[in-house]
Design a protein around this ligand. Structure first.
Ligand code: ZN
Length: 484
């Protein structure tokens, strides 16, 4: 077994097990053998087969992206950043997902582009919430990432007949078949020889699954001892529909169904009963999330673009809710999500002290690990998995690196991420992903996006073109040469 040692690292973000928190070790060594860390401390006295000079480097645990949709989101670059529907409380989710869907051929390239973005920005573990496509397991394994495959299924699909009312097309047998197929795939992932794949039971949304399907999904997750994730409290529309159906908030509905627990991860739990946009009469959801041990995957970007935010990250934490960080959309950049989450929490709370970079970093590492039921990732400690990131403190955006984590989160971000190891293997180095052909995947995404935009009028309720649904940010002069 090969032993690798990063010697004389300028800074290590080490796990302080006694106090259950990350702490700076200013100068030290990190060693790993095979897929496991064997030493994190001031000086590694043993010999190493491979030595890496850690001067001008910060070594930190790999980040965990707790909620992402790699199959579809890369296709919305340039499309969704400013797309929203004011008559649906600003959310563009329903209009866009009905009118624009990448095809199966494109989705393969989408996954690779998303995985490349993650590796370039220091992510080593990801929850990939996607429909089942042929070859998914192979792409996940090839990526070099630690992938938690969350095959998504539902009893209904969203459907629009106008620009304001969210409707549903129910097909309960399809939901059943989806659960069966998901459980088979989760078994396959767990048995994969790479040792880097695992599964999550993933009924798609709280509003698109029948009560029976949600209950049986939770029972299946318990039986297999894997996490369950579901979109819940992600829009005002969803909140109102759950009130219309059941007379209670989405979180109260989930609680009464018995699916809230420490193995449950809610994306995104923003519109809980006390959120200022819903004006509901109870204020119990936050306590419910904490008391049931339910985890929240917080993904600030997509919501902030609509004008929505969690109220607020710091308050959720103080209430005792475990939060992880996800990307949900492109760019798949957890470091930038940490920055946005910190800023939005302060704006929302009108209080700089509501949260901190250290709390966000905890969420993006240990918080995500806890939500996934893992105590061996998201931290640098002997015995944990060798999932680690080397950050270049000499990068111009990091200097002066008085407080390297702050420099990384507020300034450097992916520009300072030099090298990434997952499961002991080097998968990204010097801004280049070593496991996938990023260029080829980007070409596939561009072609897939063109087909998706071309077909929008056939899917949109009003037959509009993609340019009508989501106009370019600037007007186009003259005829141009490259636009049709
Ligand atoms: Zn999502």
């Amino acid at each position: 077994m090969t032993t690798t040692c990063i010697r004389n690292a300028a800074c290590i973000i080490a796990w302080d097990a006694t106090n259950r928190r990350h702490a700076y070790l200013m100068g030290g060594d990190v060693a790993f053998a095979g897929d496991t860390l064997t030493y994190v401390g001031p000086k590694f006295d043993d010999a190493a087969d491979v030595t890496i000079d850690g001067a001008d480097m910060m070594v930190m645990p790999g980040l965990i992206d707790l909620h992402s949709h790699p199959s579809t989101e890369p296709f919305f670059r340039g499309v969704r950043e400013e797309h929203g529907v004011p008559s649906m409380y600003m959310s563009g989710l329903y209009e866009r997902s009905v009118a624009m869907q990448p095809d199966a051929l494109a989705r393969k390239a989408g996954k690779q582009v998303a995985f490349c973005e993650m590796l370039l920005s220091g992510v080593t573990s990801v929850a990939d919430i996607s429909g089942i496509d042929e070859g998914w397991i192979d792409i996940a394994a090839q990526s070099g990432l630690r992938v938690f495959l969350a095959p998504s299924y539902a009893s209904a699909r969203w459907h629009l007949e106008n620009g304001w009312a969210l409707k549903y097309r129910w097909d309960e047998p399809a939901g059943r078949r989806g659960l069966d197929a998901a459980l088979a795939l989760i078994g396959e992932a767990a048995a994969h020889p790479s040792g880097r794949l695992a599964g999550i039971v993933s009924p798609a949304q709280i509003d698109t699954c029948t009560e029976d399907l949600l209950r049986d999904s939770f029972a299946a997750a318990e039986e297999r001892d894997v996490p369950l994730t579901v979109h819940c409290a992600q829009s005002v529309n969803e909140f109102q529909i759950m009130v219309d159906r059941h007379g209670k908030s989405p979180v109260q509905f989930a609680r009464d169904l018995g699916i809230l627990s420490p193995r449950t991860v809610l994306g995104h739990a923003i519109f809980i009963d006390e959120h200022s946009w819903v004006r509901w009469h109870t204020h119990t959801d936050l306590t419910t999330l904490a008391e049931t041990g339910t985890n929240v995957a917080h993904c600030p970007s997509p919501f902030a673009r609509y004008g929505h935010t969690l109220e607020d990250f710091g308050r959720y934490r103080r209430a005792g809710v475990n939060l992880g960080i996800g990307t949900d959309v492109a760019p798949h950049n957890v470091i930038e999500e940490m920055r946005l989450a910190a800023i939005l929490a302060r704006v929302s709370a009108r209080d700089i002290n509501t949260t901190s970079v250290s709390a966000l970093f905890h969420a993006a590492t240990v918080g995500g690990a806890e939500a996934l039921g893992r105590s061996d990732i998201g931290r640098l400690a002997a015995g944990a998995k060798a999932d680690l990131v080397l950050v270049d403190l000499g990068n111009v955006w990091m200097r002066p690196a008085r407080d390297p984590l702050r420099s990384l989160v507020f300034t450097g971000a992916d520009r300072a991420v030099r090298t990434v190891f997952v499961h002991g293997a080097k998968v990204m180095d010097g801004g280049r992903v070593l496991t996938m052909d990023h260029e080829a995947a980007l070409a596939g995404v561009a072609e897939g996006q063109a087909r998706m935009l071309r077909d929008a009028p056939t899917r949109d309720w009003a037959g509009r073109s993609a340019d009508e649904i989501s106009p370019l940010s600037l007007p186009v002069l003259g005829e141009g040469r490259n636009r049709n």
